[in-house]
Design a protein around this ligand. Structure first.
Ligand SMILES: [Zn+2]
Length: 68
């Protein structure tokens, strides 16, 4: 299996790409048990009010949002 298709242990699990073809371009180190670096946590964990305002109608799961 292509290692680029899997998140690296101890690194940010930020994913980009389409279903079944994700890549994990962010190699920032994260603490054990933490999925995303600070930068990507801020993107992934958007407050509900922000999520409502920016909803575009697509069905991309929050954990796999594309980079803007
Ligand atoms: Zn990251």
């Amino acid at each position: 299996m292509d290692t680029l298709s899997l998140p690296r242990p101890g690194c940010c699990k930020w994913a980009e790409g389409d279903t079944g073809n994700y890549t994990f371009p962010c190699s920032n180190r994260v603490q054990p048990g933490v999925s995303y670096c600070d930068e990507h946590s801020a993107i992934v964990y958007i407050p509900p009010e922000e999520r409502r305002r920016s909803r575009s109608g697509n069905s991309i799961p929050m954990t796999f949002r594309r980079a803007a």
